[in-house]
Write a protein that binds this ligand. Structure first.
Ligand code: C2E
Ligand code: CA
Ligand code: CA
Ligand code: CA
Length: 279
């Protein structure tokens, strides 16, 4: 029996070093990918529910590895977060998104905003204000066309520090959104103090509409609460006409999701915008 236990230990510890080794390997590959231009931003449209028109897009990072193919941000952002790579990676993403949005403006395409994700460590441990200012300056994008998405959990972590950073970002003139709202245990007392323009209802609350009465009640409450606090509300992960109809009936401002479109390469998004101009 003792022997079995020891074998079990070997099994676990080998697996752990394997996981650690894999993480380190991924980190160095990610560093290379950034240097060699293997990262790309995809864009998902954000739709105004009342008019049906595109009012913005969310930039979502993609890694195209020559051997492995597409690696999802769910896999490499956490590695970047714990390795310090999130600084340069985040700076690249911000500048890339701003330059792309400005290029669409230069081409006279319909005016839209671009939303960029800011992760926990990027928000609390890097110079996010300086980085954002630089991206705006270098791209020439007006600040009001940029939106930063910060997860509710990042704000809940250290609310007093978060408030200072949020105010400094707001002073640049951009828009601020809370991402994954409803999943991060932030208190309403803090929420009220934060200078937030948009609440993004997490897709886990949208997925089971209209089957789940609980999720419908929660989504309805978030829409009402956000709007009563002077914020606009966007629903994420909308996949069906029934979900969209529910959101319309409850006065939700915007939505994103496969029902309209998956995230797509910049060239494809540009075609969508050209079509929009002809509507
Ligand atoms: P997120 O910010 O919550 O982004 C929404 C995710 O939901 C995206 O996954 C998007 O492709 C997916 N999605 C959109 N519509 C639907 C839908 O109708 N149904 C379903 N099932 N999913 C939908 P993605 O692109 O894999 O990104 C995953 C996460 O990685 C993001 O979650 C965000 O936290 C992070 N991320 C992505 N790009 C960046 C980035 O540039 N910087 C940082 N810091 N994080 C990023
Ligand atoms: Ca997001
Ligand atoms: Ca989200
Ligand atoms: Ca999420």
């Amino acid at each position: 029996e003792g022997k079995g236990g020891s074998n079990l230990w070997c099994f676990f510890s080998e697996n752990m070093t394997l996981a650690a080794r894999e993480r380190i390997a991924l980190e160095s590959r990610l560093r290379n990918a950034l240097a060699q231009g293997h990262l790309q931003l995809f864009y998902q449209p954000q739709i105004d529910i009342a008019s049906g028109s595109i009012i913005g897009c969310e930039a979502l990072m993609r890694w195209f590895d020559p051997v492995e193919g597409m690696i999802s941000p769910g896999r490499f952002i956490p590695v970047a977060e714990t390795s310090g790579l999130i600084g340069p990676l985040g700076a690249w993403g911000l500048e890339q998104a701003c330059c792309q949005a400005q290029s669409w403006r230069d081409q006279g395409l319909p005016a839209i905003s671009v939303a960029v994700n800011v992760s926990l460590h990027q928000f609390l441990l890097t110079d996010i204000v300086g980085c954002t200012r630089k991206a705006l300056e270098r791209s020439g994008l007006p600040a009001e066309c940029l939106e930063l998405e910060i997860t509710e959990s990042a704000l809940a972590e250290r609310p007093d520090e978060a408030l200072v950073v949020l105010r400094n970002l707001k002073n640049l003139g951009l828009r601020l959104a809370i991402d994954d709202f409803g999943t991060g245990y932030s208190s309403l007392a803090h929420l009220k103090r934060f200078p937030i323009d948009l609440l993004k209802i997490d897709q886990s609350f949208i997925r089971d509409i209209p089957q789940s009465a609980d999720d419908m009640a929660i989504s309805h409450a978030v829409i009402a609460m956000g709007q009563s606090m002077g914020m606009e509300v966007l629903a994420e992960g909308v996949e069906t006409a029934a979900q969209l109809e529910f959101l319309r009936q409850h006065g939700c401002n915007f939505y994103q999701g496969y029902f309209c479109s998956k995230p797509m390469a910049a060239t494809d998004f540009e075609k969508l915008l050209r079509g929009e101009a002809q509507r």
